[in-house]
Design a protein around this ligand. Structure first.
Ligand code: SF4
Length: 341
């Protein structure tokens, strides 16, 4: 499939929200479908979007170009699981052609189950770094958390990514009573393999089968425990996302913390998310949204898209109001898989 829609004719004003935050980072979901069923992300019986509602690859490409024309320099493809979308590599190649021409980075977050098949293509298309979601190195716990027995595939995918020259960062959701005691071992293994690690606090999006409060693990407590074990030095490194990093002297690796509940990071927000149906959510924790699909499929797509992006900047909230407590309702009814984090 060749994807070569034209870039919007003229450079339009950059995306700046009502709080003077410049939006340079787009998280673009290419599907809400996934081959895993992580317990903190979605219920076992998940109703996915009807295919006819999902944007075509050509439309996703046009959206990417429209955001680049508005000053977006980093695009992360997400899901669900982006690599379950057929022909997604064509989209990666097409967007990759913008690298060095407005786009500085094209990256991807994956659960790794199909990475061994795609790592080479991703690298050839211009992807340099990827995030792999991996909460445990224990096969039994992996199956318990993801409801699938696929740890071996994920580890093979990570090895293939490394062999293809991709820099790998592991995203590890910290879960009380589940992987909390394994966190040092995951960090040691990853740093030993040359991979960075980011620990993430659970975020209350969508109804899930388990009680979120039972497994919520504040990362300030985890950092304290790790600092008792290792020498952690604050790092000036920034990946363009919300993570704050330390260098671990003993392992020689980098460790990040994404702390929506114990360390709000919204003041420096630089991103918006678009679902696979073309719905732009101005904030992960908010309901504010605009419909880009209607604009894309209208008589005047370029003008309608420009108006929709301006509207998104007007309605983007200052911050999230996540709260995790026993019996508390999720911050938003939609599942994390709809926007891919
Ligand atoms: S929660 Fe919303 S405002 Fe805060 S960093 Fe995320 S997207 Fe930005």
């Amino acid at each position: 499939m060749s994807l070569s829609p034209a870039r919007p004719a003229c450079a339009a004003p950059p995306l700046v929200d009502a709080f003077q935050r410049r939006i340079t980072y787009l998280r673009l979901s290419v599907t809400d479908r996934c081959d895993l069923r992580c317990t903190y992300c979605m219920p076992e019986r998940m109703a996915f979007l009807p295919r006819k509602e999902v944007l075509t690859l050509e439309e996703l490409h046009r959206l990417a170009l429209a955001f680049i024309a508005r000053g977006v320099t980093k695009i992360r493809l997400t899901g669900g699981e982006p690599l379950v979308r057929r022909e997604v590599v064509d989209l990666v190649r097409a967007i990759g052609r913008q690298l060095g021409d407005g786009l500085e980075e094209l990256t991807l977050t994956t659960n790794g189950t199909r990475l061994d098949a795609f790592a080479g293509d991703l690298a050839a298309a211009g992807v340099r770094r990827i995030n792999v979601s991996l909460d445990t190195l224990d096969a039994a716990l992996f199956q318990r958390l993801s409801r699938r027995d696929q740890l071996a595939q994920v580890l093979a995918g990570i090895a293939a990514a490394k062999a293809a020259g991709l820099a790998v960062k592991l995203n590890v959701v910290a879960l009380k009573g589940l992987n909390e005691h394994e966190i040092p071992r995951i960090i040691e293994w990853a740093h030993g393999e040359g991979h960075a690690v980011t620990l993430i606090e659970t975020m209350p999006l969508g109804e899930v089968d388990a009680e979120r409060a039972d497994h919520y693990l504040p990362l300030d407590a985890v950092r304290e425990r790790l600092a008792a074990r290792w020498t952690l030095a604050d790092s000036a490194h920034r990946s363009g996302g919300p993570a704050r990093y330390v260098e671990v002297a003993e392992t020689g690796g980098r460790l990040g913390f994404i702390t929506p509940l114990t360390g709000n990071f919204c003041a420096t927000c630089n991103r918006v998310r678009v679902t696979a149906t073309g719905r732009l959510y101005a904030c992960l924790g908010g309901a504010e949204q605009v419909d880009l699909r209607a604009a894309l499929r209208s008589e005047a797509p370029e003008a309608r898209l420009a108006d929709a992006l301006d509207e998104a900047m007007r309605i983007k909230p200052e911050r999230h109001h996540f709260r995790i407590a026993p019996g508390a309702a999720p911050a938003q009814p939609r599942h994390m898989s709809l926007t891919g984090g």
